[in-house]
Design a protein around this ligand. Structure first.
Ligand SMILES: *Cc1c(COP(=O)(O)O)cnc(C)c1O
Length: 432
């Protein structure tokens, strides 16, 4: 399978090149040249397949031409060594829990799959690959844990000093081995700027093989489609035959876009809901057709604080830049911090389900949008304990820290303090 750039001004590349490069040379995002459909029989029997089994079928449609079948099966099964269940929150609303992986957030699947696929491509290569990733919290932990002890790959996680939660920090600073955490005296934007500058720097390009593990990478992005097939399968497994609406708490729009791919592959989803916090750039686009990126504002659903969502380019490409076509498949909602807290309280005390701030946005949008004879599924993208402070202050009580998080908290923080000057970062990488 070939991959083209959404900017369409460079030649198509192989899967390997798309994964190693991350971003196309014309700064566009890579897209597969074809999106293959499943036969209707596949969906008729989908409830009999486990998360791993159906994900392997989906993976074959994307990667089957480029990765031998047994290898791909191992990659998928090894990536998905945890469950992805649905929980019934109330009458017709279900949470698809994407937080049963090692770092308790949905980015685990993409992070783990990308690490394994890159590891496969690099087998037998002499040169080491350096993965650079800027994080405001969740991406760093998913990528670092995904790549931990993968041979031939070194990971550098850049994060803003004092601006990630203690739990998040522990998840990528305590690992050691091939993972190095760099604590930048600056903001998330500074971290991102340093990473981008490194990719453009001629000296670094000539001496080191650098790649990015942000959600623009097809190896992180495409596996998120597994979730949507699983959502549908688990609903059918319960004997529910209503029309399915899926609500996705969205920031960079990688997750939702993977759902749109699933729909193009034939998955019977009636519509998607793009649920935003106050960073409502795509919400506004869905209303009026104008895409106006702006600086992000900080909210309590901070993994969605994105002012210029990179995967929007993929949505435009997928729908031939047609606003009516996009608006027919996706409905937008947006909520303030106060509204998010309100929902978290209501659902906890009324139904006994504890939402994290991101999932709360997804739930609320469904609750407003759902019609008769429809069943709604929202993606619960993180375990509430990842956002302990917000959840506890909202609910007015303590919540339990799951075993996995408690383990991370015991580790010792190992990170390298650094200024936000590019020269310091560059010298550091060159002398490693
Ligand atoms: C990254 C993230 C999101 C947003 O996902 P996108 O693919 O960037 O839209 C939502 N919730 C949580 C908890 C996240 O970590």
């Amino acid at each position: 399978m070939k991959y083209y750039s959404t900017n369409k001004s460079v030649p198509e590349v192989s899967l390997e090149e798309a994964v190693v490069k991350g971003l196309a040379d014309d700064k566009g995002l890579f897209m597969p040249e074809r999106i293959e459909k499943f036969d209707p029989e596949f969906f008729a029997g989908i409830h009999k397949l486990s998360f791993q089994e159906l994900s392997f079928e989906v993976a074959k449609k994307f990667f089957g031409e480029d990765v031998p079948e047994e290898t791909l099966k191992n990659l998928v099964y090894d990536t998905l060594s945890f469950d992805c269940p649905i929980a019934n929150v109330n009458d017709n609303i279900f949470a698809l829990e994407l937080f049963h992986g090692p770092t308790l957030a949905f980015k685990d699947v993409g992070g783990r799959f990308m690490a394994r696929l890159l590891g496969y491509f690099l087998k037998g290569h002499k040169n080491e690959v350096n993965v650079l990733v800027a994080t405001s919290g969740d991406t760093g932990s998913a990528v670092a844990n995904g790549f931990l002890s993968v041979p031939g790959i070194k990971v550098y996680v850049l994060y803003p000093k004092g601006l990630v939660s203690e739990i998040q920090e522990k998840q990528f600073t305590t690992l050691g081995q091939n993972i190095t955490a760099i604590e930048i005296d600056g903001t998330f934007d500074d971290c991102q700027r340093l990473v981008k500058a490194a990719f453009l720097d001629e000296d670094l390009k000539n001496t080191l093989q650098l790649t990015s593990a942000n959600s623009i990478n097809v190896a992180r992005f495409l596996p998120q489609a597994f979730y949507y097939f699983n959502a549908y399968a688990r609903i059918r497994e319960r004997g529910i035959r209503d029309d399915v609406v899926i609500s996705v708490p969205s920031g960079n729009f990688g997750n939702l876009t993977a759902g749109l791919f699933a729909k193009k592959m034939g998955l019977p989803v009636k519509r998607f809901i793009a649920a935003n916090n106050e960073n409502d750039i795509v919400y506004n686009y869905l209303q009026n057709g104008k895409y106006e990126p702006r600086a992000s504002v900080a909210t309590i659903a901070n993994a969605m604080d994105v002012g210029d969502p990179s995967n929007f380019a993929r949505i435009l490409d997928l729908y031939g830049h047609s606003h009516p076509a996009i608006a027919a498949d996706i409905k937008g909602y947006r909520y303030s911090n106060a509204e998010i807290r309100e929902v978290m309280k209501e659902i906890h005390y009324k139904y006994g389900y504890t939402l994290d701030p991101h999932g709360a946005i997804g739930y609320k949008a469904l609750d407003e949008d759902l019609q008769e004879n429809e069943v709604g599924i929202f993606l619960e993208t993180a375990h509430p304990a990842k956002f302990t402070e917000t959840v506890e202050s909202t609910l007015g009580k303590k919540i339990m820290l799951p075993e996995k998080l408690a383990e991370f908290m015991k580790g010792k923080k190992l990170s390298i303090p650094m200024s936000k000057q590019f020269e310091e970062f560059k010298t550091y990488l060159l002398t490693k």
